[in-house]
Structure formats: C-alpha cells, structure tokens
Design a protein around this ligand. Structure first.
Ligand code: GLA
Length: 665
C-alpha cells in the first residue's frame, strides 16, 4: 500500500491549495516562479474545478489542467490532485434535483455555494465516479502526481427520501430484523414501535424530542454513507495509480464523521487546522487547539500525517478576523511538525479576488510578493527545508492515551440529558489542554483500541461506553495501568441504554464505588469548593464509595462532605474517578499527579509556563508561545537545526521563538 513517504520523498511537504482556474494563464507563470522562490514543493489542484472540467454534462475540458500539471512538473513542484466532487456544477442540481441534500425540515439545500450533494444519491455518485475516472485515467501516471485528494472536507448530512432508503439498508445490515431494532431503539417508549422497515425514516423535524438511538444511529449512518463516497472514489484513483497514496482532508475535531473509521480507509490521514473560534492568536494558550488536532490526527494515522490546510494569516469566518501576529505562523507550523506532520500546507496559494473567501489570507496575499506576509511564507519554507531529516520520524514519549469516541460525542449532543451545558468537545479539549500545558505527551485512542503501550489512560467524557471498551479498561487497570475517568463515564451502553444502576457494574467495581445516587449538574458559572482547596464546575455527583479512597470531598453545597475525587487500587493498577470538573489549574495538577504516580513525566522538567516541548525522532522541539524571552536549561549539549548554532548547557528562546534541537555531535 502506498504511504505518505511516497508523497514526501524525503522532504516536508510545503504548499497549498492552488486554484489556477480563477486566474488568466499569464498569472500561472508568476505563480510557479514565486512558488519556487518560497520553497513550495507541492500544491493541491482541482479541489473546486468540476464546473470548469465538465462545463456541461459529459463535456470535458482538460486542456488547462494539462498545462497546469505540466508546468508544475517541469518546475519540480509536486501535485496533490483533487477529485472535484465536493462542489458539483449547477447543472447537476438543476437537472437532477434529487442530488441536492435536504435538511431535517425537508427543505432543499441549493447550489450556489459548495458541498451540495446527497451522499446517498446514485445520480450524484455516478457523475462523481465518471469525472473521477476520467481524471485518474488522464493524470494517474503524470510525473508531477504525488498524492490524491478525494473531495474536500466531507460532512454534508441529508434527510431526503433517497437517504431514508439508504438508512434502512444500513439499519438492516446492523440489526438484521426489526425486533432487534425496536429493542435497540427502545421503541416501547412513546409508542414508537416499527412494524415494517418502510416506516423508518431519518430523524426529521418532529413535534418533540426524537428517539435518541435513532438519532445516534443516523449520525453513525451519515458518517458511513459519506465514507462510501470516499471509498468509491479512492478505489477508482487507486486502480489507475496504485503507487500514489490517497487522502481526504478532514475537518479538525469535526463531530460529523467518525474519524477512527475514516482514518482506517486512507493511505494518508490529513487535516485542515484552523483556530478554535474562541481563540485569540495572541493567547499563549491558543496553540493548545493545534496540539489537540495534531495529536488526534497522528493517533488516527498511527504515525506521520499531513497538515493539509491552515491559514497563512487571517481567516474570514470569525466575527472579527485579525491577522496572525508575527511569529505565530511559524510557531504553529513548527508545532504541527513537532507533533508528527510531514508537511505544512495552506488554504490557499494565492488570495482570490472574488468569491466568498476573498478576505481569507493566502500564502501570496493580495499585497503581492513584496508583502510581509509573503516574506514570512518564504522564511517558513526555508525553516522547513532545514527539518527535512525529520520526515517520517515518530513522535516520542506518549505514555498517556486520551480516550475519544464519536459515538459518545453524538450521544452527549442529544437533548433531554441532565445538563445541556455539558459539551463533549470542550471536555475533551480541556483535559487535553491540562496535559499539554504540563508537557505530558499523549496520544488519543478509541476506547476499544489496544491500550497496551500506555501507562495512563484518561477518559474526559465517555457517557456511552460499549462492552468491549469496558472490558479493555478493566484489563488495563488490572494489568498495572492508571485510569482517570471523568464524570458520568459508562452511564449507557452502545445503544445509549442506561446501564443497571446508572453506571456499568464492571466500572463501578473498578472504581470502588457502590452507588451513584444522583447527578447534580451545576448551573452556568457556578463553582463548588472542594476540601483540597480547589474549585470545580459544571457537574457533581452523589456517590457512595465501596472501597475507593476519597482524595477530595465537596466542601460546600448540597453534597458537602460527599466524595468528589476517588481512587481505587485494583490488581496492579489504579482507577481514579472525578465526579466533577476541576477548574483548569486544578485539573492540570490532578492529572500531573496521577501521571507522576504512574511513572510518567513531562518532556523536560521545569519548563516555564507557555513553553511547549515535544520530542520527534532525534529532535527536541521547544516553542515559546509567550511574548517574553525564556531561558531553558538543557540536559545535554544540543544544536539547533533551525540556526545551526550549538547550545552546550542552556538556550534562550526569544518571545515566540522556537528551536529544534538535536544532540551536538
Ligand atoms: C476549509 C476548506 C477550504 C477553505 C478553508 C477556509 O478548510 O477546505 O476550501 O474554505 O476552509 O478556511
């Protein structure tokens, strides 16, 4: 099977989406000259060019793409060639309205933007297969081709009749017979029993809350339906160029697709990383988001991955779109490489003059080649060239796994739960952030994955936990591992059915609890004091310990005196339970304490706050996310790959400065 190394060929990939169809050919020559000047070695072509390639049904206009690919090839720039199927031309929707998605209300989602296709539509799929086949035939052996890029940011859900039929087929394969479905969905509740398959529909707009397991299965189905589209196109291109790896750029921390299942179908796992909408570029904690996206993507890829898109500076989808301050682009790019990316790519090469993203930054901004923005891009290209020796190297030292499961995420997003303030993504990010700020390197893992390589496993929020996952966690602890569970772990099974007693019996035994009497979610903004001097928020639980040791108790409120944090020893291991959400500093301290007891320490001890440290291959990355200089003592003499300078004992990093250190020869 082809791999990322077939695309990188010993260099960190550097480039971006290239949309030459938006420009006259005279501009293309300048593009190629400037790309070479900046050290660009790959560009993604054709992402949104379906209407240019196939201006009317069956017509083909490949001449321009021939010239683009030939020009890039002659200049030594590799091509990541996209199938254009994310944005069908208007003629497809106009002639075949059944290819257009419908929302929960049954309203058509029209063309005139992008991503307007129904994944279940055989007509869409047939047209997508045709254009993909022709592209693969024509360019499958082009010398510039390095990587196939299928579609773009899959994610459109649809509730139409074609989808309903497809959903029923998917359900038949999952459940076999209707009784099993009725049992799994708990249709005895509210008279929802199905008597024939044809009665089943996607969870459309209804009078009140829809069946939660129907909704959960629909999320699973939607992810699988889109994955079928990916696989179909992947197989077409792979048949024509078996030696070229295939990817699709996923959205970061996107709820819509089960990233574990998707990663298993790709040669290369790639992601688009844009800042969390809440993050200010200047916030030294801001890069925590990039670290999480990188760690998740690396874990999905089980090794090197590819940062397919990021912004050179401002984006255009926040309320106020400020540019990246100097140094931020470099820091965040190096962070991706530190955490396992074999490239740094952008949306997009040249800023568009028209269209919805004309105010989105680009490698080559509107201000042109003499701009500061382009100078930063050139400098970044030079930095990445110096790090070529790290291509393919693994990230080292991840002894902690953060458990993450899309089914748990989907279950937690449903209405009718104890607290609508519980936000899965915020909890996942909050726990990861707590580890990140202490430089405790971690992977993410599905709860059913093999956890054998980890000393500590943390479960920020897995209210839904299947039987296999439960068994894994029990084995992990008995085998000597440390497990730290967030509140409400394991309340429901894989069908989102509440387990007897409100907590899986295996988990109750593991955690040393006898009863969870009640959940006491907290109002927005409320906090509770614990008797260890910390404060907690969002949630509390009235639990009864069997033989667990309470490490902290509630110091106020209805649960004053009741256990808040517990620890139990089981077999050779330890299981912690947090009945609440400690505030960020307290959570970081608690996880660091559990890690230390598990024999897991930070990448470098004693680093000042705001300095990120990661080991990749032989290199130690140090990233100072603060704006003040910091001095870092080094365990042994090191040389900075970025500057060539030797540092015998210590190193001073400027504000927003970075170093990539290898042992001095
Ligand atoms: C996504 C898309 C790109 C572009 C960028 C803008 O990542 O894949 O086409 O819209 O967002 O940030």
């Amino acid at each position: 099977m082809p791999a990322l190394s077939d695309a990188t060929r010993g260099r960190l990939l550097f480039g971006g989406d290239y949309n030459p169809e938006q420009w006259p050919e005279s501009v293309w020559r300048q593009d190629i000259r400037l790309m070479r000047e900046a050290g660009v070695n790959v560009v993604t072509v054709g992402v949104f060019s379906w209407a240019t390639l196939e201006p009317r049904p069956g017509a083909r206009d490949f001449g321009w793409l021939d010239r683009v690919l030939d020009g890039l090839g002659e200049a030594g720039i590799g091509v990541c060639l996209a199938t254009p199927t994310a944005s069908p031309p208007p003629w497809l929707g106009a002639r075949h309205p059944e290819t257009l998605p419908r929302d929960e209300h049954g309203s058509v989602v029209w063309y005139g933007s992008r991503n307007q296709f129904c994944a279940s539509s055989p007509v869409y799929r047939a047209h997508a297969a045709r254009i993909t086949t022709d592209l693969a035939r024509r360019y499958g052996d082009h010398e510039a081709l390095r990587l196939w890029h299928i579609n773009n940011e899959y994610g459109t859900a649809c509730w139409c009749d074609e989808t309903a039929a497809h959903f029923r087929r998917w359900l038949r394969a999952r459940y076999g017979d209707l009784d099993a479905l009725n049992t799994a969905w708990g249709t005895a509740f509210w008279s929802q029993r199905y008597d024939a398959w044809d009665e089943i529909i996607p969870p459309r707009r209804a009078q009140y809350l829809v069946n939660p397991t129907q909704a959960l299965d629909f999320r699973r189905f939607t992810s699988d339906a889109l994955l079928e589209c990916f696989v179909a196109e992947r197989d077409i291109v792979a048949a024509h160029s078996p030696e070229i790896p295939v990817t699709t750029n996923q959205m970061p921390l996107f709820a819509g697709l089960d990233g574990w299942r998707w990663a298993a179908e790709q040669d290369v796992v790639s992601v688009d990383c844009y800042p969390d909408p809440a993050v200010d570029w200047r916030d030294p904690e801001g890069p925590a988001h990039g670290a999480l996206v990188a760690d998740l993507t690396r874990s999905q890829a089980r090794g090197p991955w590819l940062l397919m898109e990021q912004a050179a500076s401002a984006v255009n989808f926040r309320a106020v779109n400020a540019p990246k301050p100097p140094g931020v682009l470099r820091q965040w790019s190096l962070q991706a490489v530190a955490r396992g990316s074999d490239g740094v790519c952008f949306f997009q090469w040249r800023a568009s003059r028209q269209g919805s993203e004309k105010y989105h930054s680009a490698m080559l901004p509107h201000a042109g080649p003499a701009s500061r923005g382009f100078a930063r891009v050139r400098e970044l290209g030079a930095d990445l060239a110096r790090l070529a020796g790290l291509v393919g190297e693994p990230v080292r030292g991840a002894r902690i796994a953060v458990l993450h499961d899309w089914s748990a995420w989907w279950a937690s997003q449903q209405p009718g739960r104890p607290s609508s303030l519980v936000d899965y993504r915020r909890l996942l990010a909050g726990w990861h952030h707590a580890l990140w700020r202490r430089n405790l390197t971690c992977d993410l893992a599905h709860p059913e994955a093999d956890l054998g390589g980890y000393r500590m496993v943390v479960a920020p929020h897995l209210p839904l936990l299947g039987d296999t996952a439960l068994a894994h966690l029990v084995d992990f602890v008995h085998g000597g591992g440390t497990l730290v569970c967030g509140f409400a772990t394991g309340v429901t099974d894989a069908d989102d059915r509440v387990r007897p007693g409100g907590l899986a019996p295996e988990l109750r035994a593991l955690l040393g609890l006898s009863t969870v009497h009640e959940w006491w979610p907290l109002p927005a903004g409320a906090t509770l004091a614990l008797d260890d001097g910390t404060r907690a928020e969002l949630w509390s639980e009235d639990v009864e310990v069997a033989d667990a040791e309470p490490l902290a108790r509630y110091a106020e409120g209805e649960l004053a005196g009741r256990p808040a944090v517990t620890r139990s020893r089981r077999g050779a291991g330890t299981a912690w339970y947090l009945t609440t959400l400690p505030q960020p500093e307290a959570l970081a301290a608690l996880l660091a304490r559990a890690a230390e007891a598990a024999g897991v320490g930070p990448v470098l001890p004693g680093l000042p706050e705001g300095v990120e440290a990661v080991r990749r291959g032989p290199a130690l990355f140090l990233l100072n996310h603060t704006t003040e200089p910091v001095t870092v003592p080094l365990p042994s003499p090191r040389t900075d790959l970025l500057t060539g300078r030797a540092h015998p004992r210590e190193l001073t990093l400027a504000g927003r400065g970075a170093a990539v250190l290898t042992p001095t020869e």
